[in-house]
Design a protein around this ligand. Structure first.
Ligand code: HEM
Length: 217
């Protein structure tokens, strides 16, 4: 396979493409910050359902949920479209991508494929989730507990959380490598931090689910 065919899935590098790459990194970073804060917000129920209710009331009084929710959805769709420029959607592109991966034997291409798969899962599931949240305002710990206890929302959230956590950890790692934060020398240390981040996210989410499952409604 010629080099031309092998690099088919990569868009041509020019000034615009570079700017779109920066936009993708910035939007990805902002979304990661949002998801981190969101986990802490929902996780506040672990300390006390009143705390979660109070925070939800505060955000809704300021219209942060009503305006922020659709805004997050838009940023997410924009971020996906920016990433989709490089996704191997066509069969020819996918074959070229596979050949590239095999040839390079590089972990980066595998990580990137994981990013593509998790991005599609997040786009579909987070859209459903945000729509459901905005359609059933106000947010209360009791309503969240009812969803977890009586619906199929728990498995839904577990899949969404796994996809989001993996996508964010790999994304942050790749941003770090691109801007030179993660170097060959400190790479093992950063990999370790990323595993800590995954474990901490899983632990907070686990406790959140336990608390919501045990809440009397
Ligand atoms: C932007 C508007 C959003 C609002 C208002 C919101 C609100 C909430 C609320 C109230 C819960 C508690 C469970 C429930 O009530 O059913 C929850 C859970 C959850 N949300 Fe969101 N969410 C938003 C966006 C997102 C996004 C963009 C993601 C991921 C990409 C996400 C991932 C999750 C996950 C995984 C849970 C389960 C709890 C956990 O595992 O810690 N949410 N969300």
């Amino acid at each position: 396979m010629s080099l031309h065919n092998v690099t088919l899935h990569v868009p041509p590098k020019n000034k615009l493409s570079g700017r779109l790459d920066v936009l993708m990194m910035v939007s990805g970073f902002l979304l990661a910050v949002f998801v981190g804060m969101h986990m802490l917000f929902v996780g506040s129920v672990i300390l006390s359902p009143s705390l979660m209710n109070g925070l939800a009331w505060f955000f809704e009084e300021l219209y942060l949920v009503q305006i922020g929710g659709p805004l997050i959805l838009l940023v997410m769709i924009g971020h996906f479209i920016l990433g989709a420029r490089k996704m191997p959607f066509r069969q020819k592109e996918y074959i070229a991508f596979r050949a590239h991966s095999k040839m390079m034997h590089h972990q980066d291409t595998t990580l990137w494929l994981v990013q593509v798969a998790t991005a599609i899962i997040i786009l579909v599931m987070a859209s459903i989730h945000i729509y459901t949240m905005l359609d059933t305002l106000p947010i209360t710990a009791a309503k969240s507990a009812a969803r977890i206890q009586h619906g199929s929302w728990m498995p839904f959230y577990i899949v969404l959380l796994a996809a989001a956590a993996i996508h964010i950890v790999i994304g942050l790692y790749r941003i770090g490598a691109k801007i030179g934060f993660v170097t060959r020398a400190n790479r093992p240390a950063y990999r370790k931090y990323m595993v800590y981040l995954l474990v901490a996210t899983a632990a907070i989410s686990f406790l959140t689910h336990v608390r919501l499952s045990l809440l009397s409604i």
